[in-house]
Design a protein around this ligand. Sequence first.
Ligand SMILES: Nc1nc2c(ncn2[C@@H]2O[C@H](COP(=O)(O)OP(=O)(O)OP(=O)(O)O)[C@@H](O)[C@H]2O)c(=O)[nH]1
Ligand SMILES: [Mg+2]
Length: 421
Amino acid sequence: MFTDREIITVKSGDGGDGMTSFMRFKGKASGGPDGGDGGDGGDVYFVGDASKSSLIDFKFEKKFRAGDGERGDSNNCHGRNGADTVIRVPAGTVIKDFESGRIMADVYYDGQKVKIAAGGKGGKGNARFTTSRRHTPHFSQKGEQTPPHKLILELKVIADVGLVGFPNVGKSTILSKISGAKPKIANYHFTTISPNLGVVSHYDESFVVADIPGLIEGAAEGAGLGHDFLRHIERTRMLVHVVDVSGVEGRDPVDDFEKINKELAEYSETLAALPAVVVLNKCDIAGAEKNLAAFKKKYGRKYSLFPCSAITGEGLRAALDEVWNVLKTLPPAAPVEFEPFEYEKPDENGFEIEKDEDGAFVVIGPLVDMLIRNVVVSDYQSLAYMQSILKDKGVIKELKRLGAKDGDVVVIGDVEFDFID
Ligand SMILES: Nc1nc2c(ncn2[C@@H]2O[C@H](COP(=O)(O)OP(=O)(O)OP(=O)(O)O)[C@@H](O)[C@H]2O)c(=O)[nH]1
Ligand SMILES: [Mg+2]
């Protein structure tokens, strides 16, 4: 089974919590703080793997999770970092964020490794909160929690040349003749239902040709197998149009060619603008000459036309020579260009202040969420730490600007306190 688009969920590891603990000596109740930091959560990576040719693995396995960081321990022991998760995908896999549809990475090369989701930072142990005035901090920081992310994986196979044409015109037969590939060939439409790749050795050079399912008129609106498979030739450097010039199926070859061009243009202007060579196939069938002459008359000046017979092999060499001549002039195939999109770490500095019906100032926002996670309300020092953060981050200043006066109530999460200027 071939799959070229899957939706999966990844989650990097949460950071481990910092530890609150104090040194213990024989005969002494407690020494200084020695709570260690929590470990960092593991990252989620993708790696290109040339031995894979489809996204089939992701049909069955859709959830990936990196390891969480471990909690810090007493004796200043740092918690162990969570294990990274490395997801192997075929070279040519484009990774998109599901929510925004934005491209995050094009895993194009074998062995290419990209980080998609970073693990949460471990929380600091209480030993880190010691200051000249605070000798025995009874609080430590919680590890950073990371959200899961939905991703779209899209495989766009990497090939130099794309074969396009109506069904049954002989695309797969041509691929089988010019490369070692063994695609299914049969005398009916839509024999090919997923892309086939073949490596063509041409003198001392080689290039990759992709054979995709046949297109028909209206493919862009979903007719036949639709035009989704055009994704696979989006990054090819040139096209080979294969036209059945024998007309055995009762269609006009010129008309076929024009319809395919129209479908390509409807899918993407870039694709339609690729350099193209036209192979007029099935020349061995009686009746081909007349159509051939008509085709040459109409397009002989605009395109390089190559009358061929994939069955006898006649004409294929000349077509390949031309393909190679064109390829030589083109830049190498390259990953897609995109504005990089990365998951941002939640901004822990943002806050807003609202006034509730009793006139209390209610502070909300990510800064408050962070404080709620990290502050132990029952602990005086922890509250003092919160106060200092509120000052540093400009909350106190903003309260004043909004007219807070001594004795006004300020609400932060579960904590209510009187404002003192
Ligand atoms: N006489 C003759 N028959 C050919 C030639 N090339 C291909 N055929 C036959 O045409 C039929 C279709 O060939 P395929 O290679 O499967 O065609 P395709 O374009 O890949 O078809 P789809 O995968 O359905 O789009 C087969 O029966 C081939 O044997 C040719 O040059 N001459
Ligand atoms: Mg085929």
